[in-house]
Ligand binder design. Structure first.
Ligand SMILES: [Zn+2]
Ligand SMILES: [Zn+2]
Length: 147
């Protein structure tokens, strides 16, 4: 593991903030170094973001909160809802019907250097020209999220 965050004790909490392009929706999250951060190449992420890869961090719902405004939700697959700013369109986070975890887009963090992806998923739907990080594990479908 090359990421500095992996050298921190597992239970250290980092308080991070983020929000959309127009600033209408903001959030805070508590990140632990063992939280899974993945780059996703799936079709839904591609269509939702307009980009060929979308990086996420997965945190338990108790460690995520909206601090300003309200995001708009779209059910992108059964049980999964993608939340974005209804004014400027920034993809912000994702929830599942079971309330298992909240996926937060790394690109919407105020400090996007704070969390570095540690795995890659949905290789089966990756666009061939999208660069791959050869130093990270890459999974055909969803990477394991052990929260
Ligand atoms: Zn916005
Ligand atoms: Zn995806």
């Amino acid at each position: 593991m090359r990421a500095d965050q992996r050298q921190l004790p597992a239970d250290v909490l980092m308080n991070l903030t983020g929000g959309c392009l127009c600033g209408g929706v903001t959030y805070q999250l508590e990140f632990k170094p063992r939280d899974v951060a993945d780059v996703c190449f799936c079709r839904e992420c591609r269509k939702a973001s307009g980009a060929a890869a979308l990086p996420w961090v997965q945190v338990p719902p108790a460690r995520f909160a909206i601090t300003r405004g309200a995001a708009k939700g779209y059910a992108s697959s059964p049980g999964a809802r993608r939340w974005f700013c209804g004014d400027c369109g920034t993809p912000l986070y994702m929830t599942d019907a079971q309330g298992r975890s909240v996926g937060v887009t790394l690109g919407s963090l105020d400090n996007p250097e704070a969390i570095r992806p540690t795995t890659q998923g949905w290789m089966c739907e990756r666009v061939s020209w999208q660069a791959l990080d050869e130093t990270l594990p890459a999974y055909e479908k969803a990477p394991p999220y052990d929260l």
